[in-house]
Ligand binder design. Sequence first.
Ligand SMILES: [Zn+2]
Length: 351
Amino acid sequence: MIPVFLETILNTASVSGCEETNQKLALEYLRDIAEEQKCDAVGNAYSLIHRDATCSVMLSAHMDEIGFRIVQIMDDGMLKVQEAGGVYPALYAGAPMQIIHETEDGIVCVPACCTFSDELLKNSDVKDRDLVLDIGASSKEEAETIVSIGDPVCADTHARELLNGRITSRALDDKAGVYVILEAARRAVEKGASCGIIAHTSVGEETSGRGAWFAGTRMKPSCCIAVDVTWANDCPGGDPAKNGDVRLGKGPVLCMSGMVNKKMNALLKKTAAECGIPVQYETAGGRTYTDGDILTMTGSGIPMALVSIPLRYMHSSVEAADLKDIEQCIELIAEFLLRIDETFRYEPLEV
Ligand SMILES: [Zn+2]
């Protein structure tokens, strides 16, 4: 079974830059245990637990998903789109789509078809501007009564269960991570963790990283754990030489990278061993291409560890993950929070 909260945020569109609906749900989810909740000018949401503790750990995952925005409404009522995040436009030819339009009475999801032609199907390098959406309007004027320039657009798909506890959805990147950090905060409190916890759901990771920058500079935690998805390579075309031998169902992924704090990684590894949680490793020669990169380089620097959920078919409408990995990421982070305090030393050298 897909946990209800996870299913709700997966099915509720939050294209990069338009995350508000889901951000409200994230705050509601931790309202009962948060001492304080905050948002900021870019739309980040924060739940603070044990806010006066000397050691504060920011758990960070991004609420935005990839998609498009309407860039042009044509005379015949058809719509052109511009990408928002790292989409593969070719994947949308012939797909059901939705446009998220805000009205005075609330948000309306307008159904649309992404059209295709023989010419488009032969195009090996489809760009966002090659896609045309049909909402059934017969003129520009009619379309303009229903949608507006700038409206976010994404595939109109719902989360589904596959065999063996695996799930598929268009936005597991990174709503699976959001679910992990919110649940890990809750579980850590239940287990009696005393460190400060800032559960941070970020905006704009897929487009700019602005959410992470606002969060790191303002909240100044002692350290942070970024939770995102990473490429599982046990699928057609998968190549372990890309980022490591990462598989679905084999546990949380720790990142071996100069961006990641070695001491925190070691504590995560030790915690996993003590709790019988399997871990996998990925490598990043330089940046990790997650919010973790930005968090660790804000202000005077924030020690960072990256915990990733293995994911097949990243940045598509059929991303696939294993619920067991998600559960083990929650448990690993909750147990880490029990083991870290103000005596923890982040420096890799003895002086
Ligand atoms: Zn992501």
